[in-house]
Design a protein around this ligand. Sequence first.
Ligand code: C5P
Length: 283
Amino acid sequence: MIFRGEAFAKTNLVLKVLGRREDGFHELETIFQTIDLTDEIEVSDGPSGIELECTDPAVPSDARNLAHRAAVLLREHSEVSAGARIRLVKRIPAGGGLGGGSSDAATVLVLLCRLWSLRPALASLVEIGSALGSDVPFFFAGGTARGRGRGEIVEPMADVSSQNLILAVPPFSISTAEVFAHWRPMPTSPGGAVFGANELASAVLETYPEMVRFLEVMSRYYPDCQISGSGASLIAAEDDPDPERLSALRAELPDARILRTRTVSRSEYQRRSTVESAFFQRR
Ligand code: C5P
C-alpha cells in the first residue's frame, strides 16, 4: 500500500527568547504560522527497516534526516516489525528556518500510522514529535499557534487574516544550534504589523554576516520583513502585489531564490495536510 501527504512549511510571526535553560535549550515564546510551501511524502511497504529516498541530493537520506529518525522512533515505540519505504520530494529549503525537516517528520509519523494500522493517541505522537525536534508538535496543529517551552508546547490560536508573503531564500543554510549558541539578551526592534520581533535576528546576523546584505535589501523593498525562525530565509508581508517591486528585488538579489507564498489557515491545513485530517477524523 502507498500513502501520500503534503508537509507544509512554517514561519514565526513573533519569536521571543526568554533565556537559556539548564538543559541547554532556550525558553521561547513564539507564534508559529503555516505557509503555502510544501514537501511531498510517500510511504509504502518495505522489506525490512526504513529506507528513505530524497529528491534533493544535498539532504541526507540516512539517520541524519529527521523523517528517517521519525520512522525509526515510531517503529521502536510501537514495536512494529514491518519495514517502510519513504520517498521525499523536497521543496522546502533545508536550513532555511522554515521547519521543513520537522514538518516532514510529523507527516511521516502520521502516514506510517496509516501504513502500519497504528492508532496512537495524539499525545503519544506529540511526545515522539517533541523527542525529534522542538518544532515538530506544531505540525499536529497548523494554522496560527502559540509555542512555549522550547517551542514544543503548542496552543492553537485564532488564525491571523490571510496574508500574501514574499520569501527570499539565500544560497546557504543556517544551523539552528549555532544561532542559539550565539544568542544573548539584547534590545530587538519591535518589527512591523505582520512580522513582529525575532529575538534570534541579532545572533543570526552576527553568526552569518552574509545575512546582513539580504536583510538590508529585502527590508528596503518590503519593510514588514523578518528573518524566518533561525534563518536563512527572509519573509515579508506583501500588501499590494506589485510585479515591478518583485522584479527589482530579484534583480538586486540574483543569488537568492525568491518565491511568492501566503499564510495557510488551520482549516486549509486540516483540509490539505494528512496530519490534521488523520486526527480530526477521529476526534
Ligand atoms: O529542537 P531542535 O533539535 O530542532 O533544536 C536544534 C538545536 O537548536 C538544539 O540542539 C539547540 O541547540 C537549539 N535550540 C535551543 N532552544 C530551543 C530550540 C532549539 O537552544 N528552544
